[in-house]
Design a protein around this ligand. Structure first.
Ligand code: G1P
Length: 290
């Protein structure tokens, strides 16, 4: 049997970003910059590095700026061209997706991550697909997270989620894996629970916002069953695939920055700035003065 290649990715970007108000009153949180690239660019670059061809953004009202970001910016481009500022023009090259490579669907109600993913069902059709939560900046430029997962998918088929160990006291914030047998970085998934109550988590392996899923999960989401927080949870729908399809967790080898959180977002800016030859010196000097 040949394994169907993962060609499409869903980026759920409809959220209000309330944790970053007032900054997110008129700027989508996915466009907040880490150093000089918006968060969404990191997720799209990760998808491109894994061979994804079609990017599906599940947006909402007041998120037009994301659509504009991946388009051409005629005025600024022609201005830079006429002034021969080619190095600045080059910084824009990664923001232009190919014609037809980006699609936008609206999530009309904030009914949960499972609902957001389901909103893309007609564009996904009958193919495996990836989901990337752009809040989670998973950083390993040499071996991006989704690429690590695609390699596992090609070996194991079925469904693959990225996981990392979190402290016991944080397990209630995540989808948590009930683990089976492990082979290196790959662990069999025996169960999944969304935001387990304190003291009830089956492990410390938390799902960190990257998924490779089979299209059958979309049929399960159709039932609109609600779970933790009264929301339609992707984790609950995935749990129903376990035992019917292969399901593995890939422990991500790299740095994770939770940019849905202010401290995580600021840490991401510092960590990535320190990796840049043009910024590391002044940032280190400044930190030393604090
Ligand atoms: C979502 C998922 C959760 C996952 C987390 C990773 O939760 O529902 O399973 O562990 O993302 O960031 P959220 O943070 O949207 O509440």
């Amino acid at each position: 049997m040949t394994i169907k290649r993962v060609r499409k990715a869903i980026f759920p970007v409809a959220g209000f970003g309330t944790r970053f108000l007032p900054a997110t009153k008129s700027v989508p949180k996915e466009l907040l910059p880490v150093v000089d690239r918006p968060l969404i660019q990191y997720a799209v670059d990760e998808a491109l590095a894994a061979g994804i061809e079609e990017m599906i953004f599940v947006t909402g009202r007041s998120k037009h700026a994301i659509e504009d970001y991946f388009d051409r910016a005629f005025e600024v481009e022609s201005d830079l061209q006429s002034k021969a500022k080619y190095d600045l023009l080059e910084t824009l090259s990664g923001t232009r997706l190919q014609p037809g490579q980006a699609a936008f669907v609206r999530q009309q109600e904030m009914a949960g991550l499972g609902h957001a993913v389901w909103c893309a069902r007609y564009l996904i059709g009958d193919e495996p697909f990836a989901v990337l939560l752009p809040d989670e900046l998973l950083w390993n430029p040499a071996s991006p997270c989704l690429k690590q997962m695609c390699d596992t998918y090609e070996a194991k088929d079925g469904n693959v989620v990225a996981v990392m160990e979190v402290p016991e006291q944080h397990t209630h914030r995540y989808g948590i894996v009930s683990p089976g047998v492990s082979e290196g970085a790959v662990t069999e998934v025996k169960g999944l629970v969304e935001k387990p109550r304190a003291g009830t988590a089956p492990s410390r392996l938390a799902v960190v916002g990257r998924y490779i899923l089979q299209p059958e999960v979309l049929k399960i989401l159709e039932a609109r069953e609600t779970g933790a927080g009264g929301e339609i949870q992707l984790t609950d729908a995935m749990a129903k695939l376990i035992g019917k399809q292969p399901f593995h967790a890939q422990t991500f080898d790299g740095a994770r920055h939770d940019c849905g959180d202010k401290a995580g977002f600021i840490q991401a800016n510092i960590a990535l700035a320190l990796e840049r030859a043009d910024l590391a010196g002044p940032i280190r000097e400044f930190i030393a003065t604090l």
